[in-house]
Design a protein. Structure first.
Length: 311
């Protein structure tokens, strides 16, 4: 069960390793385009069709017809990668249970956006976890974990691709261990020292991505790379002609430097350098996208906006 490209890697690994995949469950096709008139299949659906795998796309996971079709598959084990929260009637169906691949080191970063929040919070490492599903989201018994470092230059896209790869390997390891009865699942509460120290990973909305220039350069830098390339941090800049430009920021550098400028003030040479003041220095913008235009290097942006900016 899964939807995005992150889940395809695990599904492909299962197929290519010779496991009998009795069926695939993914989201219904999504309307796209200006008039929402075109239906777009999920990456998981596209791969499933390419392999002639049985496919279900339920609107509601408690729907009677879907439940009956799922029962007919007689699956021994269910695997969830980047999908929706399942009702008990679904996750409790197969005799070997249902396990989930989660892109964090549980119990940290339970929720919809673990990769983004780990980087935003400046973590030095993250990883993937397989665990059995239970009633509360992302709280089931842990089966296995794999760790990777987060470099200061990594963004969410880089970590996503790394976790997608090691996650697929962990799925295979988990399936083999479950089939051979070689697992010793661990309760998450035995890992949690203090519930107050747990960091959540809630869903990210557009308003979540607005940059607060009153924060430190490190906090803003981590915020930008934690949201790059998607859904992307953004800000608004005012030109000297009174126009407000909405910009997505994909890449930046942090510059520690004392100054007396108001947070959000702009310092630019109008050619190659666009710095924005934070509380303890500057964020130097390297790659951005103006609303309605293509993503570009900062020098290309400045070339087209020579009119200048206001603080």
């Amino acid at each position: 069960m899964g939807t995005p490209e992150f889940a395809v890697k695990s599904l492909r690994a299962l197929v290519e390793s010779g496991y009998r995949v009795v069926g695939v469950i993914t989201m219904p096709d999504k309307p796209v385009g200006k008039h929402q008139s075109v239906l777009q299949a999920s990456p998981v659906k596209e791969y499933a069709l390419s392999q002639n795998l049985p496919l279900l796309q339920p609107e509601k996971l408690k729907d009677h017809d879907f439940i009956e079709q799922l029962k007919d598959w007689k699956a021994d084990l269910q695997i969830v990668v980047a999908f929706r929260m399942l009702p008990e009637i679904v996750w409790n169906m197969p005799p070997l249970g249902t396990f989930n691949l989660h892109a964090s080191l549980l119990p940290q970063y339970r929720g919809a956006a673990p990769i983004n929040w780990a980087i935003i919070n400046g973590e030095k490492e993250t990883g993937v976890t397989t665990f059995f599903l239970t009633h509360e989201i992302d709280t089931g018994k842990i089966i296995f974990q794999e760790r990777i470092p987060i470099k200061d230059t990594d963004n969410a896209g880089i970590i996503h691709d790394q976790l997608m790869k090691i996650g697929a390997s962990l799925v295979l390891k988990t399936v083999e261990a479950i089939v051979n009865n070689e697992i010793r699942p661990v309760e998450q509460k035995t890992i949690t020292v203090n519930e107050e120290l747990l960091k959540p990973a809630p869903k990210i909305f557009k308003e979540t991505c607005l940059i607060d220039w009153h924060k430190t350069t490190k906090e803003i830098y981590d915020f930008i790379r934690g949201l790059s390339p998607y859904p992307t941090a953004w800000t608004e800049l005012k030109t000297s002609q009174g126009e407000t430009l909405t910009l997505k920021i994909f890449e930046a550098e942090k510059i520690l430097k004392q100054h007396d400028l108001i947070a959000g003030s702009i310092v630019t040479d109008g050619k190659t350098q666009l710095d924005i003041a934070a509380s303890d220095g500057f964020i130097r913008i390297k790659n951005l996208q103006q609303a309605g235009k293509k993503r570009m290097l900062v020098e290309d942006f400045l070339r087209g906006n020579a009119r200048g900016f206001l603080k």
